[in-house]
Design a protein around this ligand. Structure first.
Ligand SMILES: [Zn+2]
Length: 218
C-alpha cells in the first residue's frame, strides 16, 4: 500500500519538475482497495508526502472524505474515472499549458478533442473527448464524465485541462505527459498550411496494435 502512495508522490514531483503543474494546480490520486488517497486542496504536486494525502472512501455512490487534510475540490473528476474503470489505480488532473490552450479550441471530433498528428497519443491514450466547460469542482461535470458514452481513459475539460486514469501510477502520469506533448504539437502547427494528419488506416493500426480505445467504440 505505502509503495503506491510513494509512487503517487514521486509522480507528482515528476510532473511538477516538468513544469506541468505550476503553483498549486493539478491533483493526483491512487486507489488502494476501497480508499482513494488524493492530493489535498491547495497542495503543490511537488510537495506531496505519503502521510499528507487526503483519504477518501470510494463507494458505489462516490467518494467521501474519511481522513487527512481536506481533499482537492476536483475530487469528483477522480471519482468519475475510478467508477468508470474498476481497474484504474491512479488519476492525474493537470492545468498543463498546451493542453489548457488546446482545450479552448473546438474539438476535432466528438471522441477526440485533439487531431491525430503523432503516434504516441494514439498508442498511450486513444479517445480523449472534450467535456463542456463547468467551473472547477462542479459535480454535474464530474457526473457527465462518469456517464460519458465513449470508451476512454480520460478527457479534456473545456477551458480547463486534462484528466486521465491509468492502471498503474506511471501509466496515468505518462498519459498526462503525452496529452500535453500532443496538445503542444497541435498548438504549434494549427495555423500551418498543409499539415498532415495521420490517416484513418494509420490511426486504426496504432490503436488496435496498442489496444487503446478509438472511435470504433462509439
Ligand atoms: Zn483543475
Amino acid at each position: 500500500m505505502s509503495s503506491l502512495l510513494g509512487e503517487a508522490c514521486r509522480g507528482g514531483r515528476h510532473l511538477e519538475r516538468l513544469g506541468l503543474s505550476p503553483g498549486s494546480s493539478g491533483n493526483i490520486s491512487v486507489r488502494v482497495g476501497d480508499k482513494v488517497h488524493i492530493s489535498p486542496t491547495g497542495q503543490s504536486l511537488g510537495g506531496l508526502d505519503e502521510d499528507g494525502l487526503s483519504v477518501m472512501h470510494l463507494g458505489p455512490d462516490g467518494l467521501e472524505h474519511v481522513g487527512g487534510p481536506r481533499p482537492s475540490k476536483e475530487h469528483g473528476l477522480h471519482e468519475a474515472l475510478y467508477l468508470r474503470d474498476p481497474e484504474a489505480v491512479c488519476v492525474v488532473h493537470l492545468h498543463s499549458t498546451h493542453a489548457v490552450a488546446a482545450s479552448c479550441l473546438p474539438p476535432w471530433t466528438e471522441h477526440s478533442a485533439l487531431p491525430p498528428l503523432t503516434p504516441y497519443l494514439l498508442m498511450r491514450v486513444g479517445n480523449l473527448p472534450l467535456i463542456p466547460y463547468r467551473p472547477p469542482g462542479d459535480a454535474a461535470q464530474a457526473r457527465l464524465l462518469r456517464e460519458l458514452d465513449i470508451e476512454c481513459h480520460g478527457a479534456l475539460l473545456q477551458n480547463h485541462g486534462p484528466v486521465v486514469a491509468g492502471r498503474t501510477v506511471s501509466e496515468a502520469v505518462d498519459r498526462a505527459i503525452e496529452i500535453e506533448l500532443a496538445a503542444q504539437t497541435v498548438m504549434l502547427v494549427r495555423h500551418v498550411p498543409g499539415v498532415r494528419m495521420l490517416t484513418d488506416g494509420e490511426t486504426e493500426h496504432l490503436t488496435s496494435t496498442y489496444q487503446q480505445p478509438w472511435r470504433a467504440s462509439l
